[in-house]
Each structure stands twice: as structure tokens, then as C-alpha cells.
Design a protein around this ligand. Structure first.
Ligand code: N2P
Length: 385
């Protein structure tokens, strides 16, 4: 069946109440329908079960900064090792706002927390595909541009993105890639392919990330497929490859593998570029490569969850990190690229934006929509296998 026919069928299913709005959105995203189309269909089909969403006055006419009192507290939920050591302390010193800062290791952890409801967080930092999921589930607030005077510092490269085409929900935080970190002094030759994780000579000395999208995605790329594939045969092959690799891996582990790389207990690790740079600060034997079959490029963005208790303070923090020097100090610590053009310009050694040639090897992850369940199932089988 053609994509167009499938889309029409999906819309008909919604119109005749065979599926609910949530399933429709998931399916539509999987078919590659854009959010404007999806929302048009949702509007056309809005029946009695559709949640009424009256336009909020503050989104049509942004409140002026003085009209909303600044809250005294702010709760942030972000990836681990993803901020400079003094960012939060300096913000508190300047504003008097108390910050509670918790961390997670994967997008799925974040989405599950927000889906469970009443997380109490004011700021979270999903990757692009996870922004799409959160928007589809109506779990994000619109930002108030009147409270973000520094928003113009963001590079146009990271504005009007596929996951937030109208720039209403996201302030990009950091961008980077998922590649292979390795110990130069331990491996025979620098790896250049995902195939290194099938190399028996490194048995027990390798790790891949504890991240469904990146592990299955890597094995899809290894076979020349898209890391957003929803094709059953391609996914079955990726699972087979992942299980073969698993027999040689020490574990599935993400950011915390840095210590093991530094100690020399792990020689080859699937890891993000910035976390690798953080490890490199501890040991100059560590290096990073983008495999020849290609990999993920991502941009994580700060967003405000629906019903966040301290939206004014959340905007104050966002505008604070958008200052050139604050953004630069964050990227200096994390080792990731700054989406802030003014921060990048002020840095001695910013992560350069990938060249056209490199971009050919890089792919952004998108929401898997209805195929998410299939991916979840495969990931569960890989972890259990
Ligand atoms: C934080 C790395 C997060 C990057 N340590 C994942 N998108």
C-alpha cells in the first residue's frame, strides 16, 4: 500500500473512532506526515472525545516580564555530565533561585517520567525525536519569547528544525554525534567501522550504549540502512547483529563508561563525541571516530513540560544559558557543540559544525511512531538474549 493510501486509511480510522488521537499521531509520524498535516487532520476530526484546548491568552499575547512574579525555585531534569560545574551555582548566586537538578541517561527514561504525569520538572532536555514524541503526546508548553531576549543568539542552523518547525517549544542546548571511543594504546589499529564490535580479539573489552535507538541504529547503518528504519526484515537483521556483538561486549552502558575507558578496562566503546572528550581530558590515550557506515547526529533542546510549576524561572534560566559566555562555558565542559552562534564565536576551540562531506554520513533520529513497539520488543530481546 502506498504511503498516501496508508495516511488516508489512518485518518479514516480516526474519523470513525477505530483508533484514538494518540494512536493516530504515532501512526502519522511513522508515515512521515508533518505536524501541520497531523494537526489539521486532528482538527477536522475533533469530536466529543477530543480534549478541548482553548487558546491560552499568554501564548497569543505574551505577558511582559514584570507581569509574572519570578518563582523562587526551579527543577531541571537533564542528561548526566551535560552542564558546566558552576552553571547552576552562578545562576543561583545571581537570581537567588533555588535549583533542584536531577539527571537521566536516556531519552526513554525522560519520556516515561513525563508520560507518568506530574513530574514536577520545569525544564527537560530531549533529543529531536523525543521532542516529536512529547509534542505528539501534548506534554510540552509553548515558550514565551518575551521572556527570552537572548534567543536571537541561536545559530540559524538550529532554528526551524524538523522537530520544532515554528521554534515555539525548544531552546537548543547541545548537539553532537554518536561514534566509537577507543584506547589508542590498546587497539591494534584505530577502528573505522561498527564491525569492530564483532571483532573477537576485543572480547570483554568493549561496550555499546544502554540506548535502544543508538544500538539498533548502529547495526542498521552497518547494513547500509536508515537508523530510523521500520522495516521488519532490516530490524530482524539488526537484532541478529546486535546479539552477535553482545556475546563480545562487557556491557551496555552509556555516559558512565568514561571511567572504564580512562582506567583502561574498556578499550572500545560506542559513545557520544562530547562524553569522549570529557574522558580524553583524563587520558590522552582516548580518541573518537565516526564509523564509515555513518551514525547519528542529534541536537538536544531544553523544553518546558506541560503544567511545569515554575515557568517564569524556567525562562530566566533559559535566557541565562543563552548568554554567549554562559553557553560557551557549558560547551567547554561538555565537549559538545554549542547551538549558540555567539558562544561558538567566542570559544577558542569550538566543535566545528560538520562539513557537507561528513553530513552525508550523519542522520537525525525521528520518532518511530507506531513502529516504536516493534523497536521496544527487539531491544527487550537484545537485552535479555
Ligand atoms: C550527556 C550526553 C547526552 C547526549 N552526557 C545524548 N543526546
Amino acid at each position: 500500500m502506498s504511503q498516501e493510501k496508508k495516511a488516508i486509511e489512518l485518518a479514516e480510522d480516526l474519523a470513525s473512532h477505530r483508533i484514538d488521537r494518540r494512536s493516530f499521531v504515532r501512526g502519522a509520524l511513522a508515515l512521515g506526515l508533518g505536524l501541520p498535516t497531523i494537526s489539521a487532520v486532528l482538527q477536522a476530526c475533533s469530536g466529543e472525545e477530543a480534549p478541548k484546548e482553548p487558546p491560552k491568552p499568554e501564548t497569543t499575547e505574551p505577558a511582559k516580564p514584570a507581569e509574572v512574579p519570578m518563582e523562587k525555585e526551579l527543577r531541571i531534569y537533564n542528561w548526566s555530565d551535560y552542564i558546566a560545574e558552576d552553571t547552576v551555582a552562578n545562576f543561583k548566586k545571581e537570581t537567588g533561585i533555588e535549583v533542584i537538578y536531577d539527571t537521566y541517561e536516556a531519552n526513554e527514561e525522560l519520556v516515561a517520567k513525563l508520560q507518568a504525569g506530574a513530574s514536577g520538572y520545569d525544564l527537560v532536555c530531549p533529543s529531536g525525536y523525543a521532542v516529536q514524541v512529547l509534542l505528539a503526546l501534548n506534554l510540552l508548553e509553548k515558550l514565551n519569547p518575551a521572556w527570552l531576549p537572548n534567543v536571537g543568539n541561536i545559530s540559524t542552523v538550529f532554528r526551524k528544525t524538523a522537530f520544532d518547525p515554528t521554534d515555539e517549544f525548544t531552546v537548543p542546548w547541545q548537539w553532537g554525534t554518536t561514534g566509537i571511543a577507543f584506547r589508542k594504546d590498546k587497539v591494534k589499529a584505530p577502528p573505522d567501522s561498527w564491525a569492530v564490535f564483532l571483532d573477537k580479539q576485543y572480547k570483554g573489552k568493549m561496550t555499546m550504549m544502554d540506548d535502544m535507538r543508538d544500538v539498533i541504529g548502529a547495526w542498521l547503518r552497518y547494513r547500509g540502512k536508515s537508523l530510523n528504519s521500520t522495516n521488519a526484515d532490516e530490524l530482524a537483521q539488526a537484532k541478529k547483529d546486535a546479539l552477535e556483538a553482545k556475546a563480545l561486549l562487557q556491557s551496555f552502558i552509556s555516559a558512565p563508561v568514561k571511567g572504564q575507558l580512562v582506567a583502561g578496562d574498556v578499550w572500545v566503546a560506542q559513545l557520544w563525541n562530547g562524553d569522549t572528550m570529557q574522558a580524553k581530558v583524563e587520558s590522552d590515550q582516548i580518541d573518537y571516530v565516526i564509523p564509515k557506515e555513518g551514525t547519528t547526529i542529534w541536537c538536544d533542546s531544553m523544553c518546558i513540560p506541560k503544567g511545569a510549576p515554575h515557568p517564569r524561572a524556567a525562562h530566566a534560566f533559559l535566557d541565562y544559558i543563552l548568554r554567549p559566555e554562559v553557553g560557551a562555558s557549558i560547551s567547554k565542559f561538555t565537549g559538545y557543540g554549542s547551538p549558540n552562534a555567539k558562544s561558538t564565536a567566542s570559544m577558542e576551540k569550538p566543535v566545528p559544525y560538520p562539513t557537507e562531506e561528513q553530513l552525508k554520513l550523519l542522520e537525525y533520529q525521528t520518532d518511530l511512531g507506531a513502529a516504536s513497539q516493534q523497536w521496544d520488543q527487539i531491544w527487550t530481546e537484545i537485552k535479555a538474549g
